[in-house]
Design a protein around this ligand. Structure first.
Ligand SMILES: Cc1cc2nc3c(=O)[nH]c(=O)nc-3n(C[C@H](O)[C@H](O)[C@H](O)COP(=O)(O)O)c2cc1C
Length: 428
């Protein structure tokens, strides 16, 4: 990340903060969350997600040691907080996201995990342990999905975090399914007994890739099992949910308390809204770049995040969208985007986000479903062209191809209005 002059004192101006008490297990229920995503879960993405209805947001995984020696600096103009390593910012955040921000840790060591959590705890509301990353750089050192087959270590990290962190910081975990449901339930029982507030289950096994359909049908039994333990812990579904409207379907199938979205939000950070933005090259892209510029955000990371956007084109012609993307691809810095983003400083974007969060607390943006939603077992078939990646007889049920959509109560289905450089307004 690039940096400008910093001071360790708090910013002279910051958005007026809504007074919100610390998170509890209840705050992890009836929500739609932004998943942890390295690179793609950058600060501007998290803020746009919150503005458009994400209930809570996870930061990208940070390996425990990486943050330990970082210097915490506050930008006196914007209030952005950077944890700077030797050559770059390891993690950036802003006080307006603190009530909704979960910091994710990659660790294979209880002591280091606690040190990492203590390093950032003044700026976050919860810490989450990544027990699902299947990549060799994570698993080689015993982190991520390697923890799934080392439950003693996994649970010792969670226990240490819960014991050492103050009660106002929640502790949660994100796991993957094990190949057998029986083993998954055994693991879940141990994890839940560590005292966590919430458990996210990425409904894929360690060997499955994102292109493999998530085994969401296996979650219902896990949710019921956790509920039967009587600790009030939230179970969060993760895998293949595309947005707010799709989250209703996922909750109906799984019974999960909440849903977490990764790639859907990478493609469109406004997917948390019942009316996500379309024509992103024209709507979200300029706003995103203006905010990133105001934050002095790293240009390469900004460009990467924006390049992931995908949306329906309604008012914008494909040719125009392609031209805008070409300008982006060729730009070597924020100034290369002046024709597209206008001459604004980006402060307007920040103020609009702060106002939207203040007016409608993201934690009130809840998805309330009918209390009894039974699965129609007769509707179970494998969708055409889809393979169930689990071996036959593993107990993994098939995907229902029809869903009985319960009448859902959707709260707070509104979007704030943001001015555009042309003087008009776009629902951003
Ligand atoms: C770009 C990218 C980065 C990711 N980084 C993380 C991470 O830092 N921590 C983590 O637990 N999972 C990470 N994941 C996995 C997602 O959080 C999520 O579990 C997975 O993509 C399945 O959700 P989806 O089907 O909604 O994409 C990442 C996924 C993507 C696409």
């Amino acid at each position: 990340m690039s940096r400008r002059s910093h001071s360790s004192s708090p910013p002279p101006r910051s958005a007026k903060r809504t007074k919100i008490d610390h998170l509890t297990s209840e705050d992890f229920k009836n929500g739609v969350f932004l998943a942890p995503m390295v690179r793609s879960g950058a600060l501007p993405t998290r803020l746009f997600a919150l503005k458009h209805g994400a209930t809570l947001v996870w930061g990208p995984e940070m390996v425990d040691k990486a943050i330990l020696h970082a210097e915490r600096v506050v930008d006196p103009i914007t209030g952005v907080i950077s944890y700077n390593g030797k050559s770059r910012a390891m993690f950036t955040t802003h006080p307006i996201e603190k009530p909704y921000l979960i910091y994710q840790i990659g660790s294979a060591d209880p002591e280091l995990a606690v040190q990492a959590a203590k390093t950032v705890m003044q700026d976050v509301s919860g810490v989450d342990l990544n027990c699902g990353c299947p990549m060799p750089f994570s698993t080689h050192s015993g982190m991520g999905a390697a923890l799934l087959t080392n439950p003693d270590l996994l649970c010792s990290i969670l226990t240490a975090l819960r014991r050492e962190m103050p009660p106002e910081i929640t502790v949660s975990a994100k796991i993957r399914l094990l190949p057998s449901q029986e083993d998954t339930l055994k693991l879940v029982e141990r994890v839940v007994n560590t005292g966590i507030s919430a458990l996210t289950v990425h409904c894929r096994t360690r060997n499955m890739r994102d292109r493999d359909r998530a085994l969401v049908e296996r979650l219902r039994e896990i949710v019921e099992f956790v509920q039967s333990m009587g600790k009030g812990i939230a179970v969060i579904e993760n895998g293949d949910c595309t947005g707010w409207n799709d989250a209703k379907r996922v909750r109906e199938i799984t019974g999960a308390h909440s849903v977490m979205i990764a790639r859907g939000a990478e493609s469109n950070p406004t997917c948390f809204s019942p009316t996500p933005l379309k024509d992103l090259e024209k709507t979200l892209l300029p706003s995103y770049i203006r905010l990133a510029k105001y934050f002095d955000h790293n240009w390469g990371l900004t460009k990467f995040c924006v390049a992931q956007f995908k949306s329906q084109h309604i008012t914008i012609k494909r040719q125009e969208a392609t031209r805008l993307r070409q300008v982006l691809a060729q730009s070597k810095g924020f100034s290369g985007m002046d024709d597209i983003v206008g001459s604004w400083t980006g402060k307007e974007e920040f103020d609009a986000i702060a106002a939207a969060i203040e007016q409608h607390s993201p934690r009130d943006h809840r998805m309330l479903l009918e209390p009894t939603m039974e699965l129609d077992e007769s509707a179970m078939t494998t969708p055409p062209g889809t393979q169930n990646p689990e071996p036959p007889g593993s107990g993994a049920p098939f995907m229902p191809n029809t869903y009985r959509m319960a009448e859902s109560t959707i709260l707070a289905g509104r979007d704030a209005v943001t001015p555009t450089p042309g003087g008009g307004v776009a629902s951003i």
